[in-house]
Design a protein around this ligand. Structure first.
Ligand code: SF4
Ligand code: SF4
Length: 378
């Protein structure tokens, strides 16, 4: 029996990978050193050698629907030992970026987010939206006055809700549709060549797998498996946990406002306030240390996509802390504008979440859950 295999290479896809961070897929001569050193590679799955081959063949569909690329934490072990400097770790990083671009629609948002020349628009657009909303509703008060600085007098909570609640719902919808596309693609292609068609998707089993996979993901267990970049685990955890606890702090203040009818500003010794301050400092320190670590790591290439998220995290933390310090120092002329700038960074973070590197938190979690779900299913 003759088995015919037709391959439709996507040459644009190959060119896109090669243009990202100066990669060159032709360098790979399939020696498999990367698969030998990679801690997540299995005997029957030569990872990431297989992915390097698929990438050089331009098999886009096979790669962006492949949950395996999300198991890699870009430790850099394979790139360090690759005899041809083909940088498989960076290729996988690029593939993950391209997956996010494939699933989070519309594509125009990625063009906006991935072009450094368009960076000013990422702040001009939110500024126009926030100002317009403030002026249309008449809620924004450009000269709040008063004996002490109260940000709610300048930018009341209902105005924040009017902007951020629809924004959050829109982002949730983009993620929902993106995850649906991602799951369907994985479902259709992950079975691989010559394998049977998948059984109907078992949502209950998938959700159970997702929940059981959360603890190791939160604990960053896979980071510990790599030897090259072990120090990155602590820094990554610092940034990830700061984001999470800052989101918790924001939620706690909303709860205090609506359920307990308690208005800020709160004492510095308030436990939630302390958590907010510690998280803010951890966010700044974690971002700075990650930037330093990435700059020092010659075996890991970072593109604008990587730097953008780190810059955003850093300035979100800095503007948040400065806002508070200026309020405590009672410098109203600087505190209110700084608060507005902080709001722009917060808007930026939420609105562009599905299109920035932060989206990998969602897609990676889904991919890992699907990887284990597929094993359970078999
Ligand atoms: S990426 Fe490097 S280590 Fe991996 S198969 Fe290709 S040449 Fe060998
Ligand atoms: S970067 Fe690390 S985890 Fe990723 S493929 Fe290379 S060795 Fe494996």
């Amino acid at each position: 029996m003759t088995l015919s295999l037709f391959i439709e290479p996507d040459l644009d896809f190959v060119a896109q990978i090669n243009s990202d961070a100066g990669l060159n897929l032709k360098k790979c001569y399939q020696c498999a050193t990367c698969s030998v050193v990679c801690s997540i590679s299995h005997d029957n799955k030569p990872f990431p050698r297989k992915e390097m081959l698929y990438a050089s063949w331009g098999l886009k569909d096979r790669l962006i629907a492949n949950p395996d690329i999300w198991l890699c934490y870009n430790c850099g072990d394979c790139s360090t030992l690759c005899p041809r400097d083909a940088r498989p770790g960076d290729v996988l990083n690029t593939l993950r970026k391209m997956s996010i671009q494939e699933y989070s629609k519309p594509a125009a948002m990625h063009r906006l987010l991935n072009d450094p020349w368009k960076l000013p628009w990422l702040f001009i657009i939110p500024a126009l939206i926030i100002f317009t909303m403030g002026l249309i509703t008449g809620l924004m008060n450009l000269s709040p006055g008063g004996d002490r600085i109260v940000f709610a007098h300048f930018f009341p909570v209902p105005l924040i809700e009017m902007i951020f609640i629809p924004l959050s719902l829109g982002v949730t919808l983009v993620f929902f549709l993106g995850i649906r596309r991602f799951l369907m693609k994985m479902r259709n292609s992950y079975t691989g060549l010559g394998k049977a068609a998948p059984a109907p998707f078992d949502l209950k089993l998938f959700l159970i797998t997702l929940i059981t996979q959360l603890p190791p993901i939160i604990k960053h267990e896979r980071f510990s498996e790599c030897s090259e970049n072990k120090g990155r685990k602590i820094l990554h955890m610092m940034v990830a946990f700061s984001f999470t606890s800052l989101a918790f702090v924001a939620g706690a203040f909303v709860f205090a406002l609506y359920v307990l009818n308690s208005h800020g500003p709160y004492d510095q010794i308030n436990p939630v306030k302390i958590l907010g301050n510690v998280s803010g400092i951890a966010l700044i320190a974690g971002s700075l240390l990650l930037i330093r670590e990435r700059r020092a790591n010659a075996r890991q290439t970072n593109g604008y996509f990587d730097w953008y998220l780190l810059g955003l995290a850093l300035f979100l933390g800095i503007t948040g802390m400065l806002t508070q310090m200026l309020r405590l120092a009672d410098i109203a002329w600087a505190a209110y504008p700084m608060y507005f700038i902080h709001l722009l960074f917060a808007f930026n973070l939420v609105a562009f979440l599905p299109y920035t590197k932060l989206a990998h938190l969602v897609y990676r979690t889904v991919a890992i859950a699907y990887y284990h779900y597929a094993k359970e299913e078999k």
